[in-house]
Design a protein around this ligand. Structure first.
Ligand code: AGP
Length: 600
């Protein structure tokens, strides 16, 4: 949450204002309460505005700042202080020589602020961040050079932070990282800094990930990384696989729609090289070192929690003791965990604070930890004992779509690695899912269903077994991007209370596949809501007779329940998308949300 961009251009490089604003645009999914930039040469120029980046673009003159090669920028998701011009980053010292952008929370800011106020410093914002430029200014006043002043200021900070700072007249960007991601890009035309690679991937694919405690000094042709004492630390240069096109909309109106349509290819990418059909095996060399037959606990938030529920259920079908926990409740639930436990953090970003906290607690208790993530070298990937990448590619829309599907498939693979060996039929079924998703995308009636129910009072989603997490996910997608009331239930729970909410203005989306006992029971629940005049939308493979009781049918190919849950979810993603589209919502950047939630 919050996006940071920095750039020091080489001779013949780009204008910093262009690199920074374009980089912020790629990072806006991380927060869009306000945005700002600072260009420190020839004198410090700071522009900032509440609202989305477009509001900042109206106040900044790219022409006036053309030719300047150094800059930093920020797009904010508010923690301390309301979304306002004053609270927007960058923040400056009193003399206006120093500008700072920050992601995270400075936990001891009140004490630092009190000390600075007592020393006569006047604050302009309500943010925790503003202590940082004042501290840097304080040390500059005492004769420290900019790098020393930055280092001394950072040494005061407690909490989580990714910080970038510039000093008037200096062609250097300073950066520090603690519990909040920062990556350096090494390009032919300069050196880049960002919270995430998409900010500069159009300029370079050579990156260096900063680690906790790192301080970096970026100049036009290098990035020098040290610890807070100034001792050099070595961070390897890596090449990232993402290209700029992956992070663009490619003709779709929204990233979310593009990402929904990317699912066949991202799922193929997830499976590539991991299924050996000749041998009948799943091949996950990154997990070979795990020798585990004890209990498995999943920790995750939001959509990733729904994938975790799916993963736990899949493992239980192999007889493994597996359960999913909300990461934010993991500590207070006092979940029994010890060295016999494998704790799996499912997190697209790899930076979700609640999930990282739960993984750290598990680690302290002696558990083996595994990150299932989309983000290479994310905090989860670096901190866990093992990592399984879901390989979904960059997901820009705040609403998780393709990463959920890839999490489902990655967790199905994990279950074969840790549970029963796969049968050939099971491997073929997994292999066929990407193509079946393509079929759903080409044949879906989701838009027509959305048009029918765009004015509904509320939306309910029900399912059993693998379809229960899909019901929860369908409801989360609906509420997240439409701002309408939506709830997902285990189908059997409807009659225990939620049925009181059901009316002719509350469509019920029921996921019913196959014709077994589970399907028959869910059809019983469908009849209960039908009898109370609620419109029913059945997401079904047509095997059962659920269509007889449904007002609308969203068809999926007939496959096993595991695969059906992936396919049914695609239909529900599309219904949510089209309802939000008809309502004119901000689909890629829903109000109050951010892609990566790095606060607890
Ligand atoms: C889902 O659409 C949301 N973006 C949100 O629930 C998300 O899944 C959650 O914040 C967890 O994020 P993570 O996967 O990056 O840990």
């Amino acid at each position: 949450m919050c996006g940071i961009v920095g750039y020091v251009g080489a001779t013949g490089g780009n204008d910093a204002i262009d690199v920074v604003l374009d980089g912020l645009s790629a990072l806006e999914y991380r927060g869009y309460d306000s945005a700002g930039v600072a260009i420190p040469t020839p004198e410090m120029t700071v522009s900032k505005a509440a609202g989305e980046l477009s509001a900042l673009e109206e106040t900044v003159s790219r022409d006036e700042l053309a030719g300047e090669s150094v800059g930093i920028g920020h797009t904010r998701w508010s923690t301390h202080g309301a979304p306002s011009d004053d609270n927007a980053h960058p923040h400056c010292d009193e003399a206006g020589r120093v500008a700072v952008v920050h992601n995270g929370i400075i936990e001891n800011y009140q004490r630092l602020r009190d000390d600075l106020v007592e020393a006569g410093v006047a604050f302009r914002s309500e943010t925790d961040t503003e202590v940082v430029p004042h501290l840097i200014g304080h040390y500059l006043d005492r004769g420290a050079d900019p790098e020393e002043a930055f280092r001394l200021a950072v040494d005061h900070l407690e909490g989580s932070y990714a910080i970038a700072a510039v000093v008037e007249g200096s062609e250097t960007v300073y950066a520090a990282r603690q519990d909040s991601p920062l990556v350096v890009g090494l390009g032919d035309h300069g050196t880049y800094l960002a919270s995430d690679v998409p900010a500069f991937v159009e300029h370079t694919d050579r990156v260096r990930y900063l680690e906790d405690g790192d301080i970096a000094r970026l100049s036009a042709d290098s990035a020098v990384v040290t610890d807070v004492e100034g001792r050099p630390v070595d961070r390897p240069t890596e090449t990232v696989a993402w290209d700029a096109e992956d992070a663009e909309k490619s003709g779709y109106d929204h990233y979310m729609l593009k990402e929904i349509h990317e699912q066949p290819s991202s799922l193929r990418q997830c499976l590539r090289g991991r299924i050996d059909e000749l041998e009948g095996t799943v091949d996950l060399p990154e997990l070979e070192a795990i020798d585990h037959d004890g209990p498995i606990q999943f920790v995750a938030c939001g959509t990733s929690y729904h994938a975790a529920l799916f993963g736990a259920e899949r493992l239980r079908t192999s007889g493994v003791d597996a359960h999913a926990f909300l990461a934010s409740e993991y500590a207070s639930d006092r979940v029994p965990v010890d060295e016999d436990t494998l704790v799996v953090g499912v997190t697209q970003s790899g930076e979700t604070a609640d999930t990282l906290r739960a993984l750290r607690e598990a680690d302290r208790a002696g558990a083996t930890t595994l990150a299932v993530t989309n983000t290479v070298a994310s905090s989860a990937a670096r901190e866990c004992d093992h990592t399984l990448y879901i390989r979904a590619g960059p997901e820009i829309g705040v609403a998780a779509t393709k990463t959920f599907a890839s999490q489902q498939l990655a967790l199905a693979l994990l279950a074969f690695e840790l549970g029963d060996e796969p049968t050939r039929g099971e491997l073929e079924a997994l292999r066929d899912i990407p193509g079946q998703v393509q079929t759903v995308l080409e044949t879906t009636d989701a838009r027509a269903v959305a048009e029918t129910f765009v004015d509904a009072d509320a939306y309910f989603f029900v399912g059993r077994g693998y379809h229960y997490p899909v019901a929860l996910e369908g409801a989360l997608k609906m509420k997240e991007i439409t701002y309408r009331h939506a709830e997902g239930f285990a189908a059997g729970e409807l009659k225990h209370g939620p049925l009181a909410l059901v009316t002719e203005r509350t469509p019920v989306f029921a996921v019913v596949t196959g014709d077994g006992e589970t399907a028959r029971k869910t059809i019983g629940n469908v009849k209960e809501v039908e009898a109370r005049d609620a419109p029913v939308v059945a997401i079904t493979d047509g095997t059962s007779d659920v269509a007889r009781y449904a007002d609308h049918v969203l068809e999926i190919p007939a496959v096993d329940d595991l695969g059906a849950s992936v396919l049914a979810n695609v239909q529900l993603q599309l219904v949510a998308y089209w309802v939000a589209n008809l309502l004119g919502r901000s689909i890629d950047k829903p109000r109050n949300l951010a892609k990566s939630v790095t606060v607890e």
